[in-house]
Structure formats: C-alpha cells, structure tokens
Design a protein around this ligand. Sequence first.
Ligand SMILES: O=c1ccn([C@@H]2O[C@H](COP(=O)(O)O)[C@@H](O)[C@H]2O)c(=O)[nH]1
Length: 309
Amino acid sequence: MINKLTEKIRKTHAPICVGLDPMLSYVPKQVQETAFKEYGETLEGAAEAIWQFNKAIIDATYDLIPAVKPQIAMYEQFGIPGLVAFKKTVDYCKEKDLVVIGDIKRGDIGSTSSAYAVGHLGKVQVGTKEYAGFDEDFATVNPYLGSDGVNPFIDICKKEKKGLFILVKTSNPSSGEFQDQLINGRPLYELVGEKVAQWGADCMGDEYSYIGAVVGATYPEMGKVLRKIMPKSYILVPGYGAQGGKGKDLVHFFNEDGLGAVVNSSRGIIAAYKQEQYAEFGEANFADASRKAVETMVADIDGALTALK
Ligand SMILES: O=c1ccn([C@@H]2O[C@H](COP(=O)(O)O)[C@@H](O)[C@H]2O)c(=O)[nH]1
C-alpha cells in the first residue's frame, strides 16, 4: 500500500490527504434536511447526512488527491449508525481508488492491539470463513504502550500489505507535556522517531517503509529533525490550515526526492465553504468550495517546495 501511496502522490503531484472529519455543523442545511426527512432527527438521520456530505466531497476531489483520512471519532459520536457511515465512506473512497488512512489512534496490550489491527487492517476468522471489518489501508497507532502494543499492527501490515502512521510528535498545543520531556538529554519524540525508523527498517516497500509517523505541521523545527531520524518513513502531517500550519512550514518534512510526507487538512477542506475566501461558492456548492480548497492547498505546498530548490 505504501507503493500505491507513493505512486498516487507522484501522479497527482499532490502530497496531501483530505481529512473526512464530518461534524454535523459542517453539513449544509439542505443535506441535513433531506436526511432528516427520510430518517428523522435520529442517529440514523445524522449518519445519512454525514455520509451524503462525504460522498459529495469525495466526488468533487478524488481526481486531485491520492488519499483521504477519515477520523473515526467524528463517526463514533453517532454510535452504530455513525460507524456504518464510516465503513461506507472507507468503501466508497476505495472504489474511487483513493488510499484510506483510518485515523483511529489505537494501541493497547498485545492481545487487544491484535484485535484492533484485525478489525481495521486485517481479516477476522469466523468458523471456516474470513471477513475484513473496516478494511482501511493505513491506520494511526498510539505507541504509548511500547512494542507490545505496536507489533500486532505491524504483523497484520506485513500479512495484508497495509501500513501504519505512529504518533511521534502531535500537532496540538499541549503535545510537549509528555512528548518533549528529556530522557538522557533527548526529547521523547526523538526516541519514538528512532523506534519508528527501527520498526520500519524491516517493513520496506519499493522506496519507503510502510511504517510511517505522525508529526504535526505546527512543529516545523521538530519535523526537520524527525525527517532525518526517519528517512525511509512517510510522515503524515496534520495541523495544516485550521490549526495554523502553512506550506512554508512543511518543506523540511519532505525528502530531497520531493516525497516522504503527506499533509492532511480536514476542516480547511471539508468546511471550506464557510470560509471568507470561498464564500462565493455558497452553501449549495460546498463540494466545489472543497475542490477549490484542495487546489489552493496543493499550490501552497508546491510553491513552498519550489521556492526551496
Ligand atoms: O497530531 C495530530 C494527530 C492527528 N490529528 C488529526 O488530524 C485532523 C486535523 O483536523 P484539522 O481540521 O485539519 O485541524 C483531525 O482528525 C485530528 O484528530 C491532528 O490534528 N494532530
């Protein structure tokens, strides 16, 4: 799957992923009303609304982008119907040949991690049969429990040719509370980065490892250091747009081959129609506003990378 991600980034010239984080408040009124007419103001109605919203955004952007990152929390808030919408979204994106990064941030003791890995990336055995559960291409993993918690995910990735993005330095304001703590003079995020490089060395695709890292766009200096620590790992970079990250902050997340990073924007793309910059589209044309926001983001990153050359 890492080879597919690399190929698609090369083909689209867009090292980005669209974050499918559908809060109901982002879904235009007309989409909500149609869903509520059919299912009422219920969890099913909300799930239908977010699914229709996602579908419109995917239809409007899939030819421009290599990947999407549905954030499972946004679906879980609507209970079982929300999870059904998550699965429908994953399947639809795969039909459109997009790489799907399930932002699930799991990690537990070995046996439990194993079940998470099977549920999201692998296949579960039922009697004589096997079934894929959510079946994303990549999943995000929280490494706080150490190798026991990560290895079951790696094992499934080896078997299924899937991949991981392991949290190394997150984009949020308080990420330093633990991640920047010094251990023998080195920040914890660097030690986790070294571990990702080690885990990844045994999991190489053609050019890059399928064990990647998450490093926030909001910490460009740390991104520069981590890029060197993990030269063969893709970095999933959240924090662009709504959290303040800009193209110029991202240049050192990339390798000299122009690859090695995939930058996520969620609210900045899916709720673009609410921004002043895209107001001309109006609520009715929300998906066209998302397409324009993708084009603007790609040009911003491309401009920053070109300026560096
Ligand atoms: O360090 C991290 C890890 C994950 N995220 C996730 O990315 C998106 C960001 O959404 P925006 O609307 O583009 O801010 C969201 O799903 C987060 O859970 C992150 O932001 N930072």
